[in-house]
Write a protein that binds this ligand. Structure first.
Ligand code: BGC
Ligand code: NOJ
Length: 813
């Protein structure tokens, strides 16, 4: 194996990933903010901020797909004599004497040293505040007095990130700012329909400023050598149109050993309509002053930071494992849970692979994200379920996406993805099992956000199930619609026009026969959940009705969905098999193996075991399981986007990490712990981190959506990090199926599935108003709980009955 360069390491004690070389193979980013105000920050301080919605309320500007890739951000320029440098190395790229970036739980600390000066910046968004704090500490470690010139830099985005990138004939004339003391206010469009503005403040006297980008940078210079900085002279420019920015200029003298803090604050404010102005065209700054006053000293900021750390302590104390395997423990206890919070917050909207412009909150995506998040902050999960269900239509169909700011369905993408409705059951059941809060089922929830259309959430679940039953094809399997979970298997889109989007083109839905085995499996799994829920709340007739539909689906799969060694993937528009040995390429697909094994369809006849074996034989490779095999080598008009990707990438035989856990859960349900573990470890970031930092390319502390598969040019190369359903699925897999701690309506079900080599381990689980310390003694077994004691008393079965307070549980396998 080629020796891979290392760019950083885990620091578990501080729950940080420590990057020691700024030239990572790709920007390695982190997320700041947990509610409302958010920022993305790279290891060189690149990135941007927004309020709630990365498209409609973008605060600072970012350029995608740039050269160099990560350009623009919050930059501090330090001019020390003739040397100009940045603590995060970029954009000047002046070689540093020391560099370190620590990405932690909702904060990032970047430290650079040059010529005896240490500059350390702590970036975070305080809880419940609409602001990003940047606490800069400058320290003179040399033996002489230093006189430094410090310039800050932020570039304003003109709010709507889409038009900001496009509509220059207007944008170049609308930009407006105000300057007041050490605060620069951005108020573009405030004169008309906007009630919000942003500001950039520092808690120190400034000796100058700039707010016009061209004046600060110079028309023929770049962020790497802004004219004002190079000459050590701010211009005190006042932006009128063009591109407004915010830059403070401060002169700092530091004696040997002396250090000084500066608190920079990037804030966002909304005013009431009647209180917009304090004088004609002058923004009312009362709320900004109040926000600044809350965060204008080192002490106040340190306190806010301590609160943020305590907040994460509490969140991560809900589920804690101790196995003695650091690589497992750090993912379970820290990074997997952290990534779940991030995906819950952003769905698939804003990352370094998602511009924040194209995609809002996904219906299926956000429901799946819930299973990774629901234990963290149940009330937020509850609200999310209501928001999602509110975008549903009366027939059970739904918008595929909605915008977080407005919570309205996003019509650009439309609907018709026939797996979508089932996910509402998946998310809701997870919520009730975690909380015991059945009252959510009685919430009145509208259709398409139309007031007056409200029915109960339970009714939404019912029509979700019905949507599948009402849309069956010739083999009594679910019609696929525009696509199922695999957005790229477009069986009703026949496109020869490169300007058509595969995602929105559906030109031949009349008379379609296209059916999905993935939805069939999903329907059985969620259908069983739905039946159990109905029984639980006394709706026996409804349970009975749905049990029959589930049984019928199982029969349909056995009859029309089995190919001999694995489950078929689908039937196409003409009723021909997809994912069959009869096919020329893509003979087997992972999604239907995952869902039909989770559903245990035909387990009694050995179908599950055969399917799982086929995954090992045909899909598995060094870096995980590919989506399909063999990859498509040419474009197939009847299949759509899936065959548009070169071999080994994305939905065409990439390792789509999201669906590996489906097979892993299938393995766990089948009791094959060795196989489950070996699949799991292949895509577990901490194992990849140890081996492949250069090849993997993207952040080694989180999962990415896709790793190039065995047919790709560079197998093992990762892409689309952070915002992926992989986070929630990895969490669900390890917490509930491998380690075996499953929330259930009446308590916690214990059902681990482990490799034979697993030793004893302990899980500390807070659950509703109880706290359990659960110790498992596997004794070399892969599956099967022999006995359980609760507070020293043997219990029957495998469910620890819920009761408040602290409990100790011993489990023997
Ligand atoms: C991608 C999918 C994605 C879809 C919708 C496709 O190009 O390959 O992964 O879900 O777009 O945005
Ligand atoms: C990414 C999308 O966000 C998700 O909804 C979809 O299921 C997968 N890609 C697979 O196509």
């Amino acid at each position: 194996m080629e020796q891979q360069k290392r760019y950083g390491h885990f620091d578990d004690q501080h729950r940080e990933y420590v990057i020691t070389d700024p030239q990572t193979p790709w920007p390695w980013i982190n997320y700041l903010g947990n509610e409302d105000f958010f920022s993305l920050i790279s290891n060189t301080a690149g990135g941007y901020s927004f309020y709630k919605d990365a498209k409609f309320r973008r605060i600072t500007r970012y350029r995608y797909n740039n050269v160099p890739m990560d350009n623009g951000g919050r930059y501090f320029y330090i001019k020390d004599g003739d040397t100009v440098w940045n603590p995060g190395w970029k954009p000047c790229k002046t070689p540093l004497d020391f560099y370190e970036c620590r990405h932690g739980m909702s904060y990032t600390r970047i430290t650079g040293k040059k010529n005896g000066i240490e500059a350390s910046v702590l970036f975070f968004v305080p809880l419940k505040k609409w602001a990003e704090v940047q606490k800069l500490t400058l320290k003179n470690e040399s033996s002489e007095t230093k006189s430094l010139k410090l310039f800050s830099f932020e570039e304003w985005c003109l709010w709507n990130a889409a038009t900001d990138m496009e509509n220059f004939q207007r944008n170049f004339s609308t930009g407006e700012v105000e300057i007041e003391g050490s605060t620069i206010y951005h108020k573009t469009e405030y004169r008309e329909r906007r009630n919000h503005y942003a500001f950039y403040h520092v808690n120190a006297e400034i000796e100058g400023f700039d707010t016009d980008r061209e004046t600060f940078v110079g028309l023929y210079n770049e962020f790497a050598d802004p004219q004002a900085v190079m000459e050590g002279k701010p211009r005190n420019s006042h932006a009128h149109g063009w591109s407004p920015i915010a830059s403070h200029y401060i002169e700092v003298t530091l004696k040997p050993g002396e250090s000084r803090d500066f608190v920079f604050l990037l804030g966002y404010i909304e005013n009431e309509q009647e209180k917009k102005f304090s004088a004609p065209q002058v923004i009312n700054k009362e709320k900004a002053h109040a926000l600044i006053a809350e965060l204008d000293t080192t002490e106040k900021v340190d306190k806010a930071f301590a609160e943020l750390c305590e907040y994460w302590d509490a969140l991560l104390n809900i589920y804690k494992v101790k196995t003695g395997n650091d690589k497992l423990d750090r993912m379970v206890n820290i990074w997997n849970q952290y990534q779940c919070m991030v995906t819950f917050n952003f769905s698939r909207s804003a990352s370094f692979f998602e511009s924040g412009v194209g995609r809002g909150m996904g219906f299926r995506d956000s429901n799946q994200d819930l299973v990774g998040f629901v234990h963290q902050i149940p009330p937020r999960a509850r609200q999310r379920i209501i928001d999602i269900a509110s975008t549903q239509f009366p027939d059970g169909g739904c918008y595929h996406q909605y915008q977080p700011l407005t919570k309205r369905g996003n019509n650009d993408i439309g609907g018709g993805f026939n797996d979508d409705p089932c996910w509402l059951i998946f998310g809701t059941v997870a919520y009730i099992k975690e909380t015991g809060d059945f009252s959510i089922l009685d919430e009145m929830v509208p259709f398409d956000n139309q007031p007056g259309s409200e029915v109960t959430l339970f009714e939404h679940l019912k029509i979700s199930m019905n949507h599948v039953i009402n849309n069956l094809g010739p083999n009594m399997l679910p019609l696929i619609g525009r696509a199922d979970w695999n957005d790229c298997l477009n069986l009703n889109c026949f496109s020869w026009d490169p300007n058509e989007s595969f995602q929105t083109t559906e030109n031949v839905s009349e008379g379609t026969k296209a059916e999905s085995l993935m939805i069939a499996g999903l329907f059985v799994v969620t259908g069983k959940d739905y039946v159990a829920l109905c029984r639980k709340i006394g709706k026996d007739a409804e349970a009975e009705r749905m049990q029959q539909a589930v049984d019928a689906m199982i029969e349909a799969v056995k009859k029309h969905g089995w190919d001999g060694e694995w489950y078929l993937r689908a039937y196409d528009f003409y009723g021909r098999k997809i994912g069959s040995n009869e096919c020329e390429e893509a003979k087997i697909f992972i999604e239907s193996q995952g869902w039909c094994t989770m559903a245990e369809i035909g387990a009694e006849d050995g179908l599950v075991a055969k399917s799982l074996d086929s995954c090992k034989k045909y899909l598995e490779c060094e870096h995980g399981m590919v989506l399909n095999n063999p990859a498509f080598s040419k474009y197939i008009y009847e299949y759509g986007e899936i065959s548009s990707y070169p071999e080994g990438y994305k939905e065409n035989a990439g390792i789509f990490c999201h669906n590996n856990p489906w097979v892993i859960i299938g393995e766990c349900i089948a009791g094959r712990g060795n196989d489950a573990w070996s699949h799991y470890a292949k895509i577990l970031p901490s194992y990849v981190e140890e081996k492949y930092q250069t090849l993997h390319k993207v952040e080694p502390y989180v999962n990415c959506q896709m790793v190039a598969g065995k047919d790709a040019f560079k197998p093992g190369e990762g892409k689309n990090s952070w915002l992926t359903g992989t986070a929630a699925w990895m969490w669900y897999t390890v917490s509930e199926f491998i380690l075996g701690i499953k929330p259930d309506y009446d308590g916690i079900r214990i059902d681990p599935c482990l490799p034979e080599t697993a030793g004893d381990y302990t899980v500390n689980r807070k659950f509703r108003e109880a706290e359990y310390e659960i110790t498992i003694h596997p004794n070399g077994a892969q599956k099967g709980v022999k006995s359980i004691t609760l507070d020293g008393q043997a219990i029957d079965g495998t469910v620890i009955p819920y009761s408040k307070g602290k409990h100790t549980v011993e489990v023997t396998m």
